[in-house]
Design a protein around this ligand. Structure first.
Ligand SMILES: Cc1ncc(C[n+]2csc(CCOP(=O)(O)OP(=O)(O)O)c2C)c(N)n1
Ligand code: SF4
Length: 339
């Protein structure tokens, strides 16, 4: 679809549906919904061009609350349905809303194949590191040793690292934000929309009922500086409450250094969103206490979309073979009549 802005004067209210929101009071999902409703009018495309497609989970109730087209579908299968919607109508801006359980447990297969196909679809993964809707079982992003009702002695599974998984599946856009980082989240939603190809946005989301304060070190103002690394394209990687620390590369090995006597900003690695090796290194900071958690765009590259490739293939086949005949195709050249 064309991503050039048309003059559509919409406001936040145009995207608020008449449905009662049924998330627990204080759930991080509210903030993600609010930021989406704030940023969508600015995207400048008519409301009827948006469609939200979700699987199953608390987060997957999202389409009810957006006043747009939407489809609350089957557990883990939103990517398949979204692919069909996009291929049937390329002019739609298609958004997949999913949770860590929906996308990475039952939907793991569909998730990776959507990424490698690179349809122009936006995936927003609400990562609360737990199954919320089914009342608190561990999920594929729960930390090792997580004690839940389904893992009373602690989980034995190493967690998935969503940005690393997405990069491994050839994602052409990988970003992360946090439910309560309002402006940042809006910026990441906009960047996801602008990207041509499948965008993957992981949003750390607090489930205050079953996994409260999972991202406290990032959301607490006092500790945020030391735990969040805000990625800015072409800027050195500086962090710390006093802006006094940074990331340096020793070959391929990242190091946290303190700025001052031994190191200056010139020694730090400069972020480059087009550098996949760097994105992989940054993705590996996930769950590693030695490093701050990267927030922002890890990686973006412009690659052909599946729908462009498909259209070219069909056009070429038409040019060389002419219009097809469905009846003939179904009957084939090898059919029998049973008498
Ligand atoms: C086929 C099938 N298997 C299992 C379930 C039960 N189930 C519903 S939602 C869910 C996981 C939800 O977790 P997540 O995707 O992280 O979303 P959240 O509720 O945390 O937003 C599970 C296992 C189901 N509805 N259908
Ligand atoms: S159970 Fe957790 S994720 Fe689900 S609505 Fe409540 S707070 Fe949100």
């Amino acid at each position: 679809m064309s991503k050039t802005k048309t003059k559509a004067t919409l406001t936040r209210k145009d995207f608020v549906s008449d449905q009662d929101v049924r998330w627990c009071p204080g759930c991080g999902d509210y903030s993600i919904l609010a930021q989406t409703q704030k940023v969508f009018p600015d995207l400048g495309i008519p409301k009827e061009k948006f469609v939200f497609i979700s699987g199953i989970g608390c987060s997957s109730r999202f389409p009810y609350y957006m006043n747009s087209y939407g489809f609350h579908t089957i557990h883990g299968r939103a990517p398949a349905i979204a692919s069909g919607v996009k291929l049937a109508n390329r002019d739609l801006s298609v958004w997949v809303i999913t949770g860590d359980g929906d996308a990475l447990s039952i939907g793991g297969n569909h998730f990776i194949h959507l990424l490698r196909r690179n349809l122009d679809i936006n995936i927003v993964l609400f990562n609360n590191e737990i199954y919320g809707l089914t009342k608190g079982q561990y999920s594929p992003t729960s930390e090792l040793g997580k004690v839940t009702k389904s893992t009373p002695f602690g989980s034995l599974d190493r967690p998935f690292n969503p940005p690393a998984l997405a990069l491994g599946a050839s994602a052409s856009f990988v970003a992360r934000s946090v439910d309560v980082f309002g402006k940042h989240l809006q910026q990441m939603i906009r960047r996801s929309y602008e990207h041509e190809g499948t965008s993957f946005l992981e949003v750390y989301q607090n489930c205050l009922i079953f996994n409260d304060e999972s991202f406290k070190s990032l959301t607490d103002k006092e500790t945020r500086g030391d735990h969040a690394l805000f990625l800015e394209h072409e800027e050195p990687m500086v962090f710390g409450n006093e802006g006094d620390r940074g990331i340096r590369l020793d070959g391929f090995t990242p190091q946290v250094v303190t700025l001052g006597k031994d190191f200056s900003k010139d020694d730090l690695v400069v972020h480059d969103e087009s550098d996949k090796n760097l994105a992989v290194i940054l993705a590996r900071f996930t769950h590693d206490d030695r490093f701050p958690q990267p927030i922002g765009v890890f990686y973006e590259s412009r690659e052909p979309t599946y729908e462009d490739l498909l259209e070219n293939q069909i056009n070429k086949a038409r040019e060389t073979l002419g219009e097809g005949d469905l009846e003939q195709l179904i009957r084939g050249s090898d059919t029998w009549e049973v008498e």
